[in-house]
Design a protein around this ligand. Structure first.
Ligand SMILES: Nc1ncnc2c1ncn2[C@@H]1O[C@H](COP(=O)(O)OP(=O)(O)OP(=O)(O)O)[C@@H](O)[C@H]1O
Length: 289
């Protein structure tokens, strides 16, 4: 990996991005004599466009400075190429960074970004759209929509507020899972083991095993909410009688038109009502500790 030409793509509105993040990174890099370029995203999907543009110019090392949404955009551009992705996790949830054990402190994350230790990881897809952490429908997708509507107020505290409010409003949805009709509170496919913030929705998922994990939270009395939350945070969700778990290389799901979907925590809509989840094995190179 050539350390001379590193492209930093910063999402200035990511939940944990400080106003001076660019200055801070530049000052940390100043002592290291490394050539870099800093780019800022101006709108949704801009990180994808920037990564594609600089990839075409021959750059091979990209650092996503943001949360899982930013990581998704940059990583999507880098899939199946010889370029490497690093993450400076300054999002609200930072699920992929946590899964990869990338430090949450900027200085330490930068050290990892500058290492030569590179590992290949899997990606998941819904139809042709990649995700790297989790994707799903139902409650999580509803939360992603509400959270995105308040995009000026991101961060963990706001996410908890949104999720708590949504929990009492949300009604289970009917889907067909592997051709069987099922009512679900949520259905999440995990390439990684968590949504972010150590909320382990698919606790046994491994990022490089060529498999997707699926957790279906069944309709339940709201009285069980705190227990489900506790089990999720303690990696024991599979112990709940309200949760069905599956592992496989692909899953097929049918949804009603207009059903909310989330892709790495970002709201997402499809015209199609048939969702085919698949795995792209070892398709992305990332720097790790
Ligand atoms: N300048 C911008 N204005 C508005 N939205 C932006 C801008 N730049 C990037 N975005 C969008 O911001 C959204 C959120 O980004 P990101 O996921 O990185 O942060 P987060 O949601 O706070 O973190 P996490 O996903 O880890 O919870 C993404 O959909 C991204 O496309």
């Amino acid at each position: 990996m050539n350390q001379q030409d590193i492209i930093f793509i910063i999402n200035p509105i990511a939940g944990g991005a400080k106003k001076n993040i660019e200055l801070l990174l530049k000052s940390l890099l100043a002592q290291k004599n490394i050539k870099t370029q800093f780019l800022k995203t101006l709108y949704k999907k801009h990180a994808f466009e920037l990564a594609k543009e600089y990839l075409a110019k021959g750059y091979t090392h990209f650092v996503a400075v943001g949360g899982d949404g930013t990581v998704n955009e940059v990583a999507t551009a880098l899939l199946h190429t010889n370029a490497v992705l690093s993450i400076i996790p300054v999002g609200s949830g930072n699920g992929l960074a946590r899964m990869l054990q990338i430090p949450l402190e900027i200085e330490n994350a930068l050290e990892v970004a500058l290492t030569h230790k590179v590992k290949k990881i899997d990606a998941g897809t819904i139809n042709e759209f990649p995700f790297f952490c989790t994707a799903g429908i139902g409650f999580d997708a509803y939360c992603a929509y509400v959270f995105d509507q308040n995009s000026h107020k991101r961060g963990l505290a706001n996410y908890i507020k949104v999720a708590l409010n949504a929990y009492f409003k949300f009604k289970p949805i009917e889907i067909a899972f592997e051709n069987k009709t099922k009512k679900v509170f949520s259905l999440t496919i995990g390439n990684a083991n968590q949504f972010g913030n150590n909320a382990y929705i698919t606790p046994d998922a491994k990022i490089d095993d060529g498999l997707l994990d699926c957790s279906v939270i069944l309709p339940h009395s709201k009285i069980y909410g705190p227990v489900l939350a506790y089990l999720m945070m303690s990696k024991k969700l599979r112990n709940s009688k309200h949760v069905d778990s599956y592992t496989g290389k692909s899953f097929s799901i049918k949804i009603a038109p207009g059903t909310n979907i989330h892709l790495d925590g970002e709201p997402f809509k499809l015209d199609a009502t048939a969702l085919n989840f698949n795995i792209l094995e070892l398709s992305l190179a990332v720097t790790v500790k």
